[in-house]
Ligand binder design. Sequence first.
Ligand SMILES: Cc1cc2nc3c(=O)[nH]c(=O)nc-3n(C[C@H](O)[C@H](O)[C@H](O)COP(=O)(O)OP(=O)(O)OC[C@H]3O[C@@H](n4cnc5c(N)ncnc54)[C@H](O)[C@@H]3O)c2cc1C
Length: 318
Amino acid sequence: MKILVFGQIRDNAIEENVLGILNKLSEVFADSEISLALLANQINNDWVEELGKHGAKKVYTVEASELENYLSYPYVKSMLEIIEKTEPSLVLAAGTVFGEDLIPRLAVHHGISCAQRIVDISLDIDNILFHTPVRDDQAMRVTKLVGAIKFATTRTGAFFINENPSGKSPEVEKVEVTFEAEDMLVKHIEIKKAERTVNLKDAKLIVAGGRGVGGKDNFQILKDLATLLNGEIGATRACTDLHWIEETYEIGQTGQSVSPDIYIAAGISGAPQHLSGVKAKTLISINKDEGAPIFNYSDYGIVGDLHEILPILKKKLE
Ligand SMILES: Cc1cc2nc3c(=O)[nH]c(=O)nc-3n(C[C@H](O)[C@H](O)[C@H](O)COP(=O)(O)OP(=O)(O)OC[C@H]3O[C@@H](n4cnc5c(N)ncnc54)[C@H](O)[C@@H]3O)c2cc1C
């Protein structure tokens, strides 16, 4: 099977969700030809090498000044040319703002539907199955798509990124695309970055607090622990709704998706809307209610009052 992935660039590097997709595809479709589409003003060879390490066998590049910033028309046109040339059975993009713009347009161009924000992909004999959480993440919808090409986006943070990738340099093929004035009707003016200081997405360790933390000032101990462990703090929506902490720290369905190595959940009940944003290698929870649902998802659970346990932990670490 031939698979094509949109190799989104962010801040002059490969968007890391793309690497997660590659790792997942290499696992599920080990015998398939996994290719990447790299569209940019100028292709950086480091991007190509990184993609190869993570499992890309081939990289199709389109280099043009029109592709300096994401714009729907030139990007769709370039992708369509690559799709026509490579005839993939599956086309995937990370469900970023750009991926969510691109994939439905490509699907509509082919007169078919697409799957969006999938969290898993599997094979059932010859059928590709797309797994999408529904009903506030309390159930999973498994979909088969019609059409010769299946289009899908993945939920950001859904797949782990292999820390020791060992793939080889991929083959590179340049694709020429000519852009007309009508492809450039929409102009890029500027990118204004939101003033955001927290990047939970890249954090390797997160100490997250829930309503059980009990108040704004009580977040200090979580901050101290996070600093000692070289991590970040996070929170549930209950805390951001109560203005105990800024919204940028919210994790979950309406907050950020995170995939740290260690997630310490203090005073968090384990609502599906919160846990849907957490894909941790190790989940440690502290809750005074031994029946709290979070314990069902935890690798380690401490039943007790977080106001007693966190200071002990802090002292030990110091
Ligand atoms: C459409 C929708 C989207 C949502 N999106 C999100 C989202 O993105 N992120 C999110 O987090 N939520 C989201 N929610 C809200 C979600 O459903 C839960 O209400 C929320 O996650 C609960 O937060 P919590 O665990 O902090 O609070 P609670 O559910 O109130 O749990 C508090 C826990 O703390 C424990 N506790 C209390 N005191 C202590 C103590 N001293 N020591 C130890 N443990 C203690 C309690 O036993 C309890 O288990 C969403 C809801 C909806 C409807």
